[in-house]
Design a protein around this ligand. Structure first.
Ligand SMILES: Nc1nc2c(ncn2[C@@H]2O[C@H](COP(=O)(O)OP(=O)(O)OP(=O)(O)O)[C@@H](O)[C@H]2O)c(=O)[nH]1
Ligand SMILES: [Mg+2]
Length: 374
C-alpha cells in the first residue's frame, strides 16, 4: 500500500579532457591533441500508463546515469553517457529535497511526457584547446563536471476513471474485485471498506481504466454520519460514476420502493458533497440479481425507474458475474466518449491506497549501459 517513496539519483559525470601530444615521424614532440570529455547522461522521469504503483521503487532506491567517456588523443571526443529514463505512473508527484525540505518540482499528469530531473555533467576540455602562441605544448585540461545528485520523493496520486458509489454492503468491493486485480475486503456487514481501493481493469491491450471503490454512503454522510463523505474526494476527478443498488438493503418489503429510496438517498449525498458529483455521467445497476427476490422484482424496479427518472438500471451479479461483461463494455464505451478532464489540482495531495498486482512491473528501460553502483 505504498504511495510515497524516496529515491536517490545521480546523473552521469562529464568525462575529463585529455592531455596528449601528436606523434609524427621526425617530430620529437608534436602539437597537443587531447580531445574533450563526453557529457554525462541525464536522468528523466517519464509518465507511463503501464504502472500504477510505486512498489518497484521499494526494491531499487538508487539510480545512476552513465558517465561521459574521457577525451582521447588525436582530438577524439569522449562518448556522451547514455540518458536514463525512469518510468513512473501517470499521476506521480515529484519532489526534490532542498534546504527547506522537499519541494514539488513536477506533476506527471500526462502519459509519455518526460521530465528532466538531473542533468549530466559537461565534459572537460582537452589540452588541444589550451594551445596558444605562447604555449605550444600545454599540459592543462579541465576535468568533467559532476552530474547532478538529488534526493527525490515520489508520491502517487492516481486519477481514477470510474468511481463506485452506493450504500454500504451493496457489493461495491465485490464488483471491483471481479473486474480488476484489486483484493478489496468483502464482508456481509456495512462499512467493510474503510479506505478507498483502486483497481486497474485491463479492458484491451491498449485500453485500461482505473476504478475506485470507496466506503459506503448513508443518509447524512455529508454531515458526518457513517464514515462521512470525505473520501468522496477520491471520486471527484473520476469521469464516470457507477452507482450500485441492493434492493434488499433497506429491508425485505417492497423492493421497488426500497430501490428508489436507496438511489435517491445516495444521489442526495452526492449533491450535498458539493463538487458537482451529481453532474457526472452515471451507470446505475441493480446488484445481486442472483438472489431470487431481487431477480423476481427486477422488471418492476426497472419500470419504476423508467417512470420516475427516465432511465432503467441494468441488473448484474458481482458474485456470479452475470451482466458484468456487458457492464465493462459499457464502461469502456462511455469512457472513450468522455474526454480526460484537466489535470488533477489539489491543495493537499490525495492519498490513495493502491493495489498490488499489476500487469507491468518493469520501470526502467533496458539500457544495458546503465550503471548501478552503491
Ligand atoms: N448474492 C449476492 N451477494 C453479493 C453480491 N455482491 C456482493 N454480495 C455480498 O454482499 C456483501 C457485501 O459485499 P461488499 O462487496 O463487501 O459490499 P460493499 O458495497 O463493498 O460494502 P461496504 O464496503 O461495507 O460499503 C458480501 O457478503 C458479498 O458477498 C451479489 O452479486 N450477489
Ligand atoms: Mg466495500
Amino acid at each position: 500500500m505504498i504511495d510515497i517513496t524516496d529515491i536517490k539519483i545521480k546523473a552521469g559525470d562529464g568525462g575529463n579532457g585529455a592531455v596528449t601530444f601528436r606523434r609524427a615521424r621526425f617530430v620529437p614532440k608534436g602539437g597537443p591533441d587531447g580531445g574533450d570529455g563526453g557529457k554525462g547522461g541525464d536522468i528523466y522521469f517519464i509518465a507511463s500508463h503501464n504502472m500504477s504503483t510505486l512498489s518497484d521503487f521499494r526494491t531499487r532506491r538508487k539510480y545512476f546515469a552513465e558517465p561521459g567517456n574521457p577525451g582521447a588523443k588525436k582530438n577524439m571526443f569522449g562518448k556522451d553517457g547514455v540518458d536514463l529514463f525512469i518510468k513512473v505512473p501517470v499521476g506521480t508527484l515529484v519532489y526534490e529535497k532542498g534546504q527547506e525540505g522537499f519541494v514539488l518540482v513536477s506533476d506527471m499528469t500526462t502519459a509519455d511526457t518526460k521530465f528532466l530531473v538531473a542533468k549530466g555533467g559537461k565534459g572537460g576540455k582537452g589540452n588541444a584547446r589550451f594551445k596558444s602562441s605562447t604555449n605550444q605544448a600545454p599540459t592543462q585540461y579541465t576535468p568533467g563536471q559532476l552530474g547532478e545528485k538529488k534526493d527525490i520523493r515520489l508520491e502517487i496520486k492516481l486519477i481514477a476513471d470510474v468511481g463506485l458509489v452506493g450504500a454500504p454492503n451493496v457489493g461495491k468491493s465485490t464488483l471491483i474485485n471481479r473486474v480488476t486485480g484489486a483484493k478489496a475486503k468483502v464482508a456481509n456487514y456495512p462499512f467493510t471498506t474503510l479506505e478507498p481501493n483502486l483497481g486497474v481493469c485491463n479492458y484491451m491491450d491498449s485500453f485500461s481504466f482505473i476504478i475506485a471503490d470507496i466506503p459506503g454512503l448513508i443518509e447524512g454522510a455529508s454531515e458526518g454520519k457513517g464514515l462521512g463523505d470525505d473520501f468522496l474526494r477520491h471520486v471527484e476527478r473520476t469521469r464516470l460514476l457507477v452507482h450500485l443498488i441492493d434492493p434488499l438493503s433497506l429491508g425485505t418489503e417492497d423492493l421497488v420502493t426500497n430501490s428508489i429510496t436507496s438511489y435517491e438517498t445516495i444521489r442526495k449525498e452526492l449533491k450535498e458533497y458539493g463538487a458537482s458529483l451529481e453532474d457526472k455521467p452515471e451507470i446505475v445497476l441493480v446488484n445481486k440479481v442472483d438472489v431470487t427476490e431481487i431477480y423476481e422484482n427486477l422488471e418492476a424496479i426497472k419500470k419504476a425507474f423508467e417512470t420516475k427518472f427516465g432511465f432503467s438500471p441494468s441488473g448484474v451479479s458481482a458474485v456470479t458475474g452475470q451482466g458484468v461483461k456487458e457492464l465493462v463494455d459499457l464502461i469502456a464505451a462511455k469512457l472513450k466518449a468522455i474526454p480526460q478532464g484537466k489535470p488533477f489540482e489539489s491543495e493537499k495531495p490525495v492519498k490513495i491506497f493502491t493495489i498490488g498486482d499489476l500487469p507491468n512491473r518493469r520501470i526502467v528501460f533496458g539500457h544495458t549501459s546503465v550503471l548501478e553502483k552503491e
